[in-house]
Design a protein around this ligand. Structure first.
Ligand SMILES: [Zn+2]
Length: 478
C-alpha cells in the first residue's frame, strides 16, 4: 500500500553557516524526507501471539522533537542494580515483548524491582514508548537485560588472539570438525562452545549478527562466546556488563513507528556520547540468540530502524554545529509538527486518511461566503459529504469546481488553481506562525498530485516576490 499525499514546507532556521555548508545540510535533510509513505500492515509480536498494526512511517526519517528523559534511577542496592562498572562497548536494542505495559509501567518495575508483589530481577538502562523516555540504571553500570549471565568474571566482553593473520574487515568465521573456531578457513587456537551434551557445533548455530572479531597487528581476535541451550545459539558475551540496554514498548494500540523513531533518537544520542559506530548498535539476539527485538526482526525492519539511527545521528551532528530544524506541515490536520502522520485508519485494508481535528460545516460555509465566492447549495452539500467522507482540514482549499459553473480544463487553469490553493494554505501558515515570506531561508516542496511548470518552489518564490537571494535553498520533489 502506498499513500503519497503530503505537501511540506520545511522552514530551516540557521544560526551558523560555517561548517558544514547549508547546501550540504539541506541536501541531507531533503534526502531524509519520505516522499512516498509506505504504509504496511504488520504483526506486533510477543512470542507466539501478535496484534495487527498499520505501521505508518513519518514524513521524514528524522523525528522533529526534542528528547525529554525522565530520570527514574533504581535505588542503589536493588537486586537488579549490581552497580558494577566495566567498559561500555555496545548499545543493545530490545522490545518488551508485552502487549499491556507502557514505558512508565516498565520504569516502575525496574525502579521498584517488582511487578506488583512479584520480585522483578531484570533491569535495563532505558525504556522508550509513546509515553516517553525513562532512565533506570546509570549508563556505565551493569544491568540484567541481555540474558548472557549475571557473573562478570564469566560474561564480560573479552577478546582473544586467534593466531590467524589477515586483514578482512568481516572475515568468515566457522567451527572446525574438532571444535576450534576457523577464520576464513584457517583454524584458530580458540575452542568454540559446544552444546550441553558436548557436541561440536558449526556456523549454523551462530546468532544472526555473527561472532565478534577484530584485527590487531594483522592478527584476528575473537570475542568471548557461549552456547545458550535455551535458544540453541552461540552468542557473544558483553551484553549485561558492557552494553547499554534499551527496551522499546510494543503495548497494544500504541504508535509503534513513533516508539522506533524515539528509540533511534536515543540510540543516536548515546552513540554520540560514547563515540560509537553503527556496528556497536546490536540486537539483544546478538548476545543470547533470543528473538529480540522480535517485531523488528520478524517483520524485517531492523535495517530500516538502523537507517533512522543513522539519520538521527547525522542531524544531531548538524544541530551541534548550530543548525536548528523545524518542520512546519502545510496539511497540519494530517501531519504533526514532529513529522508523524496524524490519522485514524477506518479499516486495516483501506487507505482512507481521516484528519484528527475536523472542522464544523459552519466554518467551511463561512470560508466560502467571506471570500465572496458564489455559494451553490448543491456543491456545498457535495463538499460536506466529501468532508465527512475523507476529511477537509482548516487549511483546505475548495477548487473552482465548487463555485464555478463550468470547469476550465487547461494547463494554464490547472497552474492557476494550483498556485491559488497553495498560497491560500501558505498564507494561513504565515499568519499562524507569524512568519514573513522574506524570513524563509529554504523551501522544500513535495507535490504528488500535479507537476507544475515552472516548479512549485519557483511559483511560490515568484508569487511572494521573494527575491532569489533571500532563498538559500529550494528543492522540488515529485
Ligand atoms: Zn530483549
Amino acid at each position: 500500500m502506498k499513500c503519497i499525499v503530503f505537501i511540506l514546507l520545511l522552514v530551516l532556521t540557521v544560526s551558523s553557516i560555517a561548517d558544514p555548508s547549508l547546501d550540504e545540510v539541506m541536501d541531507y535533510i531533503s534526502s531524509a524526507i519520505n516522499y512516498n509513505i509506505d504504509v504496511r500492515k504488520i504483526k506486533v509480536w510477543a512470542l507466539e501471539d501478535y496484534w495487527e498494526h498499520l505501521l505508518i512511517p513519518s514524513v521524514c526519517q528524522y523525528l522533529f522533537e526534542e528528547m525529554e528523559i525522565n530520570e527514574h534511577i533504581a535505588p542503589e542496592g536493588n537486586p537488579n542494580r549490581p552497580g558494577e562498572k566495566h567498559e561500555i562497548r555496545y548499545i543493545t536494542v530490545h522490545d518488551t515483548g508485552d502487549f499491556s505495559f507502557n514505558a512508565g509501567n516498565w520504569s516502575k518495575f525496574v525502579h521498584d524491582a517488582k511487578i506488583g508483589k512479584t520480585p522483578y530481577n531484570a533491569s535495563f538502562q532505558y525504556v522508550v514508548g509513546n509515553d516517553g523516555y525513562y532512565h533506570n540504571i546509570p549508563d556505565d553500570e551493569a544491568a540484567y537485560h541481555a540474558g548472557d549471565g549475571h557473573n562478570s568474571t564469566i560474561s564480560l566482553f573479552r577478546e582473544f588472539p586467534t593466531g590467524v593473520y589477515g586483514t578482512q574487515e568481516k572475515p568468515h568465521v566457522n567451527i572446525s570438525t574438532d571444535g576450534y573456531y576457523t577464520i576464513d578457513g584457517k583454524k584458530s587456537i580458540i575452542l568454540a562452545p559446544t552444546d550441553e551434551e558436548g557436541n561440536i557445533l558449526d556456523e549454523s548455530y551462530f546468532n544472526d549478527m555473527g561472532i565478534y572479531t577484530s584485527i590487531k597487528d594483522n592478527m584476528y581476535y575473537i570475542g568471548s562466546t557461549w552456547y545458550s541451550d535455551t535458544y540453541n545459539k552461540i552468542g557473544n558475551y558483553g551484553g549485561n556488563f558492557n552494553s547499554i540496554g534499551i527496551e522499546s514498548c510494543i503495548n497494544k494500540g500504541s504508535d509503534i513507528y513513533l516508539t522506533w523513531q524515539r528509540l533511534a533518537k536515543l540510540v543516536a544520542k548515546l552513540m554520540d556520547e560514547h563515540n560509537f559506530s553503527l556496528e556497536q548498535v546490536v540486537q539483544h539476539h546478538y548476545f543470547s540468540g533470543k528473538d529480540c527485538p522480535q517485531t523488528m526482526r520478524t517483520e524485517g525492519y531492523w535495517n530500516h530502524f538502523m537507517k533512522l539511527v543513522e539519520v538521527e545521528y547525522q542531524i544531531l551532528q548538524y544541530k551541534k554545529s548550530g543548525f536548528i530544524f523545524e518542520l512546519i506541515p502545510l496539511t497540519s490536520d494530517y501531519v504533526y509538527k514532529n513529522g508523524r502522520i496524524g490519522c485514524r485508519i477506518n479499516n486495516l485494508n483501506s487507505m482512507k486518511l481521516f484528519p484528527l481535528n475536523s472542522i464544523t460545516n459552519k466554518c467551511t460555509m463561512k470560508r466560502f461566503n467571506t471570500e465572496g465566492n458564489k455559494v451553490f447549495p448543491r456543491r456545498i452539500e457535495k463538499l460536506k459529504i466529501q468532508k465527512n467522507k475523507c476529511g477537509i482540514s482548516n487549511e483546505a482549499y475548495g477548487p473552482p469546481m465548487f463555485h464555478e459553473q463550468t470547469i476550465k480544463k487547461s494547463k494554464k487553469w490547472s497552474d492557476i488553481e494550483m498556485i491559488e490553493s497553495y498560497t491560500q494554505t501558505i498564507d494561513s501558515l504565515f499568519m499562524k506562525y507569524d512568519i514573513k515570506p522574506e524570513e524563509i531561508d529554504a523551501i522544500i516542496t513535495n507535490c504528488s498530485a500535479y507537476e507544475s511548470e515552472p516548479s512549485l518552489s519557483t511559483m511560490i518564490i515568484n508569487h511572494y516576490k521573494i527575491q532569489k537571494y533571500h532563498i538559500l535553498f529550494f528543492k522540488d520533489k515529485l
